[in-house]
Design a protein around this ligand. Structure first.
Ligand code: CA
Length: 226
């Protein structure tokens, strides 16, 4: 799981980092110390959740949130200070999923992260349903539609599932046998022909020629490059 913290106070980033390290294995935590940096990081890294401070040195957390919502429905938890109650309301109106008041208890923050992830998993996303996967590709996970340069492309259900599997593991090489198991429900690994055919079709539909979006490591598997 990937978490991005947008916060200019290093001590808070450190503390959040520690909390995850001790209590939540397998979390990659990235941080940005300004709003603009934060937006770029969210765009490039497609995190699972964003923790966003409202008081940032360049632009406000609200502006960050607004801009992030232009391209992503990622769950966002805002950090605000007790004296500014209206921040919390405004944050929720702007599209935050939850808020935590500073100074906060780190276990409480982790519980909030868990809660927004659970909701994001189950409930249809009401802000924007799609996520920008790369500069050219967007996926509407609710309606299972894929867009290339803002135009919908037709994928079969299996092509869609294969693409989503690759996208969810963006930057990671997925082995043939994992793909066969997940997409074809096969436990045997002696037939990679199907995968090749499907990848060829996906690349064609994504205009991925020469391949730059879906990369192949010969004899091993595929990786979504974005
Ligand atoms: Ca701050």
């Amino acid at each position: 799981m990937k978490v991005i913290v947008i916060e200019d106070e290093q001590s808070i980033i450190d503390a959040i980092n520690l909390a995850f390290e001790f209590r939540w294995q397998g979390v990659t935590l990235l941080s940005a110390a300004s709003g603009k940096e934060g937006i770029a990081l969210v765009r490039n890294e497609s995190p699972d959740v964003v923790i966003l401070d409202i008081n940032l040195p360049d632009i406000s957390g609200f502006d960050v949130l607004k801009q992030v919502r232009e391209f992503s429905a990622v769950p966002v938890i805002i950090l605000t200070v007790r004296s500014e109650d209206e921040d919390m309301l405004r944050g929720l109106e702007t599209g935050a999923d939850d808020y935590v008041i500073k100074p906060f208890n780190y276990l409480n923050l982790l519980a909030r992260v868990k809660a927004v992830l659970r909701r994001a998993d189950k409930a249809p996303l009401n802000i924007k349903q799609y996520s920008a996967i790369s500069s050219r590709i967007k996926i509407d996970f609710v309606n299972q539609k894929v867009f290339l340069d803002e135009k919908a492309i037709e994928l079969t259900p299996r092509e869609y599932r294969l693409l989503v599997m690759l996208v969810k593991n963006k930057g990671k090489l997925i082995k043939y046998k994992e793909i066969l198991r997940e997409i074809w429900g096969k436990s045997r690994t002696d037939d990679n022909g199907n995968i090749r055919i499907y990848i060829r079709r996906l690349r064609k539909k994504l205009q991925d020629n020469p391949p730059d979006i879906i990369l192949n490591k010969r004899g091993t598997g595929y990786m979504f490059n974005g």
